[in-house]
Design a protein around this ligand. Sequence first.
Ligand SMILES: NC(=O)NC(NC(N)=O)C(=O)[O-]
Length: 372
Amino acid sequence: MIEKKEEIPAFAALSEFASSSAGGQVLFATDDFFAPCENMILDTEPVFIADKYTEYGKWMDGWETQRKRIPGHDWCIIKLATKCVIRGLLIDTAFFSGNYAPKYSIQAACLTPEEEALLPERDSEMGSACTECDLERVKQLRTDKWEEIVPITALRPGYEETRMNFQKVLCDEAWTHIRVNIYPDGGIARLRVYGEAKPELPASDHLVDLISLVNGGSCLEYSNAHYGHPRNVIKPCKSQAMSDGWETARRLDRPEVLETYDDGTLKVSGEEWSIFKLGFCGRITNICVDTAHFKGNYPDTIKIEGAFVTSEWAQSNNITWFNILKRSKLSPHKEHWFTCNSDVVSHIRVTIAPDGGISRLRTFGHVEPTII
Ligand SMILES: NC(=O)NC(NC(N)=O)C(=O)[O-]
C-alpha cells in the first residue's frame, strides 16, 4: 500500500513570527529542566543525537520540561516578532517519542511594554523551573487579556509521519504574544506561528525599512528558490548562516557570455528575480543589500525596480516597473549601501544576475501616510 503523504496547509506559506530569526522571543517558561524553551523557536531543523546526554538527562533539540509529580501544567509566553493576525501554527514534536507533550492549547494577548515589564527576568538555564515568586509576578498579567485561540488539542508523537502537528486558527484579531500550554508536561521540538503582520503605522518623519517582515512586507513571487526562499531576506536580524538567505540554483545557461556592459564588465547570461509587497507604501531613499555568508556564490549584480499597485495582486506580468537601483555590482560577504530617490512604491522587484544568493535586503524610506 502506498502511504499518503500529509499535505502542508496553505497557511504555512504565510509570514512566520515566532522563530528567533524573525524576532520571536521566549519571555517566560514554567520549566526548562531537560531542554530550554528557546530551542522551540530555533530556525534550524531539529536533530537527534543518540549518544548525547547532559547532567539532567537525554539532550533534546526542543523545549522539554520534567515529569510533573504535582498538579498543574507547564506553559510559556512567546513574544511574536510583530503584532499579527495568526492564521495557523505548526507544533513539531520531532524526536519526542516517549516524552512528547500529549496535549496543548494556545492563548493570545496584546500586551503593552509596561505589562511585559511585570514578567520576571528570563532564566533559560537547563535544570531550572520557575519559582512561586516568579509565578506571582506573572499572575499580575490579567487573565482576561488572554484569549484561547486553540482549545486543548491532542498532539502526535515525533515520528517522521506524525511529527508535523499543523493547526489552523480562525480568529481575525491581531496579537503581540502567545501563551503555549502543554498538558501536563513533556517536549515540543519547534513552534511556528504563521499569519499577517499588523504593525502600528510609523510616524511619517521616521525612516523605516518598508520591506521588513516586521513592518508587514512579504514575498509574493520568485523565479527560483532552490537553496533558500527569498522571504528570508526581509527578516529583521542579521542572518546567521547561508541557509537563512535567498539562494538560487546555478543557472545552466550561465557560462555563455552574451554582451559587455557599459563599464566594460562582461554580462553572463541569465537572471533570477523575486517580488515583494512592502508593508507600507513609501518613497525609498536608502537600500542595503547584504551578501553575508555568500562568498563563492554571491550574485554578480543586482537591480531593484518599484511599482505602485493599488489593486489586489494578481500576477506580475502586466505591471509597469520603474527603476530604483540601477544594475550594481556586488561583492562577497558584505553589506552594500546605496542611496536612491524613488517615487511612492507599494511593490519591488529584485533582479540578481546571473544567479546566486543574498542574505538580507533593506529598503529604508518614509511612509506615504495618505496611501496605506
Ligand atoms: N529518555 C528520555 O528522554 N527521558 C526523559 N527525557 C530526557 N530528556 O531525558 C523523559 O522521559 O522525560
